[in-house]
Structures are given as C-alpha cells and as structure tokens.
Ligand binder design. Structure first.
Ligand code: ZN
Length: 313
C-alpha cells in the first residue's frame, strides 16, 4: 500500500504533545487547521472531513455539519457576519449551534449530496472506512464502508461482504443514559474495527486507505478525567501502530479534523477546538497548512501512476 491515512477524529495537538504516545511521537507532526472560515469558529466533523476529502471549501461542497447541509447561503453569509455576538455557551447551553440548527439544517447530508469526488474516488483500489458524510457507499474500485450519518447501520460496497463485516464490527455505539456502558462500547467497537480492517486488508489489494476512528472525539465528549483520556490516547496509538505494522504501507498519515477543549456544555464534557487539530506523517513533513490543501498533497503522491500500475503496487 502506498499510503495509509488514519483519522483520529478529535485528537488534540496539545494533549498529544503532553502525552507523547510511543508511535505518535516518532512522526513528523504539526497543527492542522480547518479552512480559514472555520479557524475562528467551532468546526463540525461533517464540514471538516468533507473539505479534507474533496479539497473544496464548505461554501462549495455545502456540508455544514453532520446534521445538515447549507440550505440558505445568503442568510448564512449574513449570519456569519454577526455570529460572534451570539454566545456559543450561555449557562451551559449551546446557543449558537442551536440557532444554526434551526436556521440552516433540514436533513442529515448523504454521500450523494457531495457533488465533488472524494479523494478515494479518483485513486483506484482504495479502502474508505467510516469517514463522516459517506453514506450510502458508492460503487468504487475498492471497498467503501460508510460513516455517520447513517439510518440504522453503516453501508458497505461491495454488498457481498456486508454481512461478513457486520459480524466483526457493529458500527458506532449509541450514547444512552448509561455512560459507563457507552464508554466501554466505544473501546470494544474500536478494537473490533481494527480487526475488521485487517480482514479487509487480507482479502483485497489496496493502494490507498482512508480510515477514520471516531473514538477520541466520542470519548472526550463524555469524559473529563485526564487519566482516562490519557489511556484512550495510548490505546488508539497502540492500535494504530498495530495496524501500520500489519499493513506496512510506504507512507502513513495521522490526522484529526479538530481538537477538543474542556468545556461543559449541554451533555458534553469537551467541545471542539478548531485550533488544535493534528497532522502527523512517517516519511516527511507535509507542507499543508489547512484542510483545503491535503487533497492535492495526497493526489500528488499517486499522480503519474495509472490505474494498471497502481493495482500492481
Ligand atoms: Zn465531536
């Protein structure tokens, strides 16, 4: 495999620099910022991952969040001139996000709402795993496992491996009232997805993989204890290293869509921090400053190699 990209949704630069987990600390690493518009605002994973995987601004791809597309652009542009006047946290209530959901969201966005090719759609023999706003999966030369938002369960292309995959990995756990149980399930499903990805690797030939692990984001949304958070980072660092050893790709890229900061709001313990996302790579430092620039950097690695050559890699 030429390139393995592993997203650690919500992984935070200042946390990781404090902990320095064994695998992560050996990489070239830096802060990875959202596109300029979101650098001073709270970026959502739907908007961020769609920008990262299309190379297009959210004003073009229109995915505002995992809950909705940008429906009324004129009103949104006016809104975003004054949005800093609306508190993001008023006595523990997410007032600004709530208002945005009332004004701009209609339906959760689907993969078909994104009118630009995702990076794996132009690189044959790719694996895509659990990237937000990729449901339903589309036919590709490779394997496409969809990420949230999805109705009851994730989707798989090709269909013939769906039932096998679902015996290994059940999808993202749902947060209920029992937080202890939810946190346990987050870890269980994370380890299961690592096994499922290994199984896919054994059964297909991939040149490229784009994988997102949601564990850091989901866990920190509900956890405040630093020791527990540290354990989570160590666990994902270890499972990532295990996967990297198993696949042995030429290049590895670890990245997050945003960081997390301690802030109690609504039912959350941490909220998104747009200035603390990470990008880290094995072979060399990447000259990418923000989410808009990664698409070309990845595509550049594959340019000049036609699909026939690539299937032989
Ligand atoms: Zn989140």
């Amino acid at each position: 495999m030429k390139l393995l990209v592993i997203g650690w949704d919500g992984a935070t630069y200042n946390h990781l620099e404090k902990i320095k987990p064994e695998f992560y600390r050996k990489l070239h690493r830096q802060i990875f910022l959202p596109e300029p518009f979101w650098q001073k605002r709270e970026v959502d994973s739907g908007a961020a991952w769609t920008t990262i995987t299309t190379g297009k601004s959210f004003f073009e791809h229109k995915v505002l969040s995992i809950s909705g597309k940008l429906e009324n652009e004129t009103l949104f542009r006016i809104f975003s001139k004054v949005d800093f006047l609306i508190p993001s946290n008023l006595f523990g209530k997410a007032v600004r996000l709530w208002l945005m959901s009332k004004l701009f969201y209609k339906h959760p966005p689907l993969s078909t709402d994104v009118k630009f090719p995702r990076i794996w759609e132009i690189i044959p023999n790719s694996l895509v795993w659990s990237v937000p706003v990729t449901h339903p999966p589309k036919p590709v030369y490779g394997v496409w496992v969809s990420g949230i938002p999805y109705p009851d369960s994730y989707g798989v292309y090709p269909k013939k491996i769906e039932s096998m995959l679902k015996k290994m990995y059940y999808g993202e756990p749902k947060r209920g009232s029992d937080l202890r149980k939810y946190k346990k399930e987050l870890f269980e499903q994370h380890f299961r997805e690592v096994e499922a990805i290994k199984w896919l690797y054994d059964n297909f030939e991939f040149n490229f993989a784009f994988i997102v692990f949601v564990l850091p984001d989901r866990f920190m949304h509900v956890e405040n204890d630093w020791d527990e958070i540290k354990k989570m980072y160590m666990a994902i660092d270890e499972s990532t290293e295990e996967l990297v050893r198993y696949i042995n790709p030429d290049n590895v890229l670890i990245l997050s869509d945003h960081g997390m900061k301690q802030e109690r709001r609504a039912k959350w313990m941490h909220t998104h921090d747009s200035k603390q996302g990470i990008i880290a790579s094995t072979n060399r430092e990447l000259l990418v400053g923000n989410h808009l620039e990664l698409f070309d950097a990845i595509y550049g690695l594959f340019r000049g190699v036609n699909s026939e050559d690539m299937s032989a890699l």
